[in-house]
Structure formats: structure tokens, C-alpha cells
Design a protein around this ligand. Structure first.
Ligand SMILES: Nc1ncnc2c1ncn2[C@@H]1O[C@H](COP(=O)(O)OP(=O)(O)OP(=O)(O)O)[C@@H](O)[C@H]1O
Length: 205
């Protein structure tokens, strides 16, 4: 691997919330084509770490991190909540998200890929939790981005959807995308693991 493959570097990151250390001394390098799963118990700091990485959690206590140049243009971030507007349809939600994030692609094809064909014009308020999550996930099937940061992407997704998402993540990584996600699922083969626990952050694989 060359330096050109480096997408993200963390150097001695340290974060406390409410006087509780979430992680300290967190250093790692994440490269193109790697898949990183962040694990840890509820409240361990997984969401906080992702929000720090994408610039949504401005205050933290030490260390630094930096991305490849132009990372914001290359970032596809899906937060802990599906982030859909209830009054809009899946198609409108996806168009809106793509416009906000400068992402192109065929929205209908994305919705079809996540099994929402036939629901494209139904207000999101009338959809199930899993279907709302699928609206957000449809972006993974649109124009490619070099960096995916996904907070609990498997939440509310059924077994077939989980298998499909696993395959999509693998496919993206094979095409060079760096994928970082949080999940309580078992860590898959070839996936690197960062575990947060009791103020410690350990790279386990
Ligand atoms: N809005 C907030 N204000 C203050 N502290 C918060 C806030 N949100 C979370 N925390 C604290 O930060 C810690 C880490 O929360 P975070 O959401 O990052 O955990 P997590 O590992 O993602 O948990 P989960 O698996 O439950 O999603 C928690 O212990 C919580 O007490």
C-alpha cells in the first residue's frame, strides 16, 4: 500500500463526554479498499467517534485526525437516524439527499435496489422503520463515493437486506471505497475491527 491509498489518519484522539473518557490514544490509518467496523457496548462512543470524523461533533479533547484531500466531496455519511422527511416520498427524499450531498445517479434504480419499487411515491410517514432505513441506504447504490461512513446501517433491516448490504459493502471496498461503519453484528471476514470499551480503543483485526 502506498501513501496515496491513505484515506484517513487518526493520531492520539481523545474524547470525553460528561467527564467520562470515551476513548484515548486512538491512532490508526485507514486506506482505500478497507472495511472498518467499530464495535462496543451501548454508550461506548461509536456514534460520537463517527461524528467527530465527519466534522459534526466539533469539541473533543485531544489529538487530531485528517482525511485525504477533497474528502468532503468524496464522503457519503449516513447518520444514526435514517434522516428521512416524513412528508416526502422515498423518491423525493432521495432526490433531496442527493442534491444536498452533490451525489448523482438514478434514484429510481437506487430505490429498486433496496426493494422500494412500488413505494417510491408513498409518503415516508406511511412506511415501516426498515423501509425508512432503506431510503437512506439507497444512496449506496447511486454514484460512487470514495469514503463511506455509516452509523448502524443494519438497524431495522431484515435478513435478506443484511446479506444484500454486506455484499454491497464488499463490492464498494473492492472498487476502492474506504468503508467505516458501526454495528453490533458479528464482524465479517476481512473486516478490520476497532473496539471501544471503558475508555480504551483497540484495533482487534
Ligand atoms: N447529546 C449528548 N450530550 C451529552 N452526552 C451524550 C450525548 N449523547 C451521547 N452522550 C454520551 O456519550 C456517550 C457515547 O454515546 P454514543 O452515542 O457515541 O455511544 P454509542 O457507542 O454510539 O452507543 P449505541 O450503541 O447505544 O448507539 C454516552 O455514554 C452518552 O452518555
Amino acid at each position: 500500500m502506498s501513501d496515496a491509498d491513505t484515506r484517513l489518519t487518526l493520531e492520539q484522539l481523545h474524547c470525553e463526554r460528561d467527564d467520562r473518557v470515551l476513548f484515548r490514544g486512538l491512532s490508526l490509518t485507514a486506506r482505500a479498499g478497507e472495511i472498518w467496523q467499530i464495535t462496543g457496548a451501548n454508550g461506548a462512543g461509536k456514534t460520537t467517534l463517527l461524528r467527530i470524523l465527519v466534522g459534526l461533533h466539533g469539541f473533543y479533547d485531544g489529538g487530531r485526525h485528517w482525511w485525504q484531500p477533497d474528502w468532503q466531496r468524496e464522503l457519503l455519511y449516513l447518520g444514526h437516524q435514517p434522516g428521512v422527511r416524513e412528508e416526502l416520498s422515498p423518491l423525493e427524499n432521495l432526490d433531496y439527499a442527493c442534491a444536498l450531498n452533490a451525489q448523482g445517479g438514478d434514484a429510481m434504480a437506487g430505490l429498486k435496489a433496496v426493494g422500494l419499487q412500488g413505494f417510491e411515491d408513498v409518503p415516508a410517514a406511511h412506511l415501516s422503520a426498515g423501509q425508512k432505513r432503506r431510503i437512506a441506504l439507497a444512496r449506496l447504490w447511486l454514484a460512487p463515493k470514495a469514503i463511506w461512513v455509516l452509523d448502524e446501517p443494519y438497524t431495522a433491516i431484515d435478513q435478506d437486506g443484511v446479506a444484500q448490504l454486506d455484499a454491497r459493502i464488499q463490492q464498494a471496498a473492492e472498487a476502492g471505497t474506504l468503508v467505516i461503519y458501526t454495528s453490533h453484528h458479528q464482524v465479517g471476514e476481512g473486516v478490520r475491527r476497532l473496539h471501544l470499551a471503558k475508555g480504551r480503543a483497540e484495533v482487534l483485526s
